[in-house]
Design a binder for this molecule. Structure first.
Ligand SMILES: [Zn+2]
Ligand SMILES: [Zn+2]
Length: 146
């Protein structure tokens, strides 16, 4: 599969499904071998060569559309920034602490008070322990409930 370029909007890419540019729907041309990465068998076009190709083949072409090219760059940037935001949020999301911390001594050695023991506690202490119903965690460090 040869890397192709679009004379109209300057897109350089593998167009797997067809020879039509996926951005502006023009027919693309294969990138000449001189722009390929030296010393590899792969038809990879490095960024520097892309710039060169753009200057030498795309911008000199009568089909080149400056507005379309700029529009494509803006969309490229938008896609990249959206992708980077997604990356960022997924990273910060995984960094969020899930452990419960005791508000009194800040120990994470806490356990969730189970429904059964809460019910048992209520049955045992009756009205005096009503306040306990709103507390869901017990700290094993300072023995407080919260
Ligand atoms: Zn195009
Ligand atoms: Zn505590």
């Amino acid at each position: 599969m040869v890397v192709r370029y679009c004379k109209k909007c300057g897109r350089v890419a593998h167009f797997y499904t067809s020879e039509v540019c996926d951005f502006c729907k023009s027919i693309t041309l294969p990138v000449p071998e001189k722009y390929w990465l030296d010393g590899t068998d792969e038809d990879f076009v490095p960024l520097e060569s892309k710039k060169l190709l753009l200057e030498e083949l795309v911008k000199t072409s009568p089909e080149f559309d400056q507005q379309l090219y700029e529009k494509r760059l803006i969309e490229d940037k938008m896609i990249k920034s959206i992708l980077s935001q997604v990356d960022f949020s997924s990273k910060s999301g995984s960094a969020v602490k899930t452990a419960v911390e005791c508000p009194y001594c800040h120990s994470t050695n806490v356990k969730k008070i189970s429904g059964v023991s809460k019910a048992a506690h209520t049955a045992l202490f009756g009205i005096f322990s009503i306040g306990r119903n709103s507390k869901n965690f017990h700290c094993n460090n300072c023995k407080s409930d919260f």
